[in-house]
Design a protein around this ligand. Structure first.
Ligand code: PGA
Length: 249
């Protein structure tokens, strides 16, 4: 079964209403790529407006709480995202694992809450620079998967994003061989943990300094099914060529 390519923009804490024009331009320019799924994950404040500006487009959150409601000041629950029309959510991004101290168990609970709410999930994993340099990157990432993969899921609704922390926002990228080795190891682990059907059906995205110049090479690496893009997803000029590179494969 061929997996459709998946290119997702993570706007992080960037964008106000003025940026909706860019989102509209991105969705307008990419909607004809039949073989590629495209989504944008803006800040919470822009999810509703972005869906209104681009009806039918896949728009998602960058995080959600593991509880469905309750006394969690400042948090947003997965059913709330679904309620405003979001179709996906990112969980376990390294900026939350590291910046907010999120554990594997917490990431797993968030992913399960999101799936229960009917959302698709992009579950992020990735090693810090020191771990890569000491040769432990694959073990580190597989342990993250062991601890944060939901117990049960529909493989078409759960994607993994491999994002080496040292590659995020730095302009550094792993070699294509290193990306392929990591993605292959992740897929093998998914098979062991969730079964052959999951390993075959799940998409594994690469993230970390993806841009128009390096996208084709990274997207063509073994077991890479798409990209999670930060900085280069903020404008149509930078993001649309990345989607085009995926469509050309
Ligand atoms: P970047 O971010 O493309 O700006 O490196 C990727 C991410 O953190 O998802």
């Amino acid at each position: 079964m061929a997996r459709r390519k998946y290119v997702v923009g993570n706007w992080k804490m960037n964008g106000t209403k003025a940026a909706l024009d860019e989102a509209q331009a991105i969705f307008a320019a990419t909607k004809d790529h039949d073989a590629v799924d495209v989504a944008l994950c803006p800040p919470f404040t822009l999810i509703g407006p972005m869906i209104a500006a681009a009806p039918g487009a896949a728009v998602g959150g960058q995080d959600c709480h593991s509880a469905a409601s309750g006394a969690f000041t400042g948090s947003v629950a997965a059913p709330m995202l679904a309620d405003i029309g979001a179709s996906l959510v990112i969980v376990g991004h390294s900026e939350r694992r590291e910046g907010c101290g999120e554990s594997d168990a917490e990431v797993k609970a968030k992913a399960e809450a999101a799936l229960t709410a009917g959302l698709s999930v992009i579950l992020c994993v990735g090693e810090p620079r020191g771990v890569r340099e000491s040769g432990g990157a694959i073990d580190y990432v597989l342990a993250q998967i062991a601890g944060s993969l939901p117990a049960e899921f529909d493989p078409s609704r759960l994607a993994i994003a491999y994002e080496p922390i040292w590659a995020i926002g730095t302009g550094l990228v792993p070699t294509v061989d290193d990306v392929a080795a990591m993605h292959g190891a992740i897929r093998e682990k998914l098979g062991q943990q969730a079964g052959a059907g999951a390993a075959e059906g799940m998409r594994i995205l690469y993230g970390g300094s993806v841009n128009a110049e390096n996208a084709a090479e990274l997207l063509d690496a073994g077991d890479v099914d798409g990209a999670l893009v930060g900085g280069a997803s903020l404008t149509a000029a930078k993001f649309v060529p990345i989607v085009a590179a995926a469509a050309a494969l």
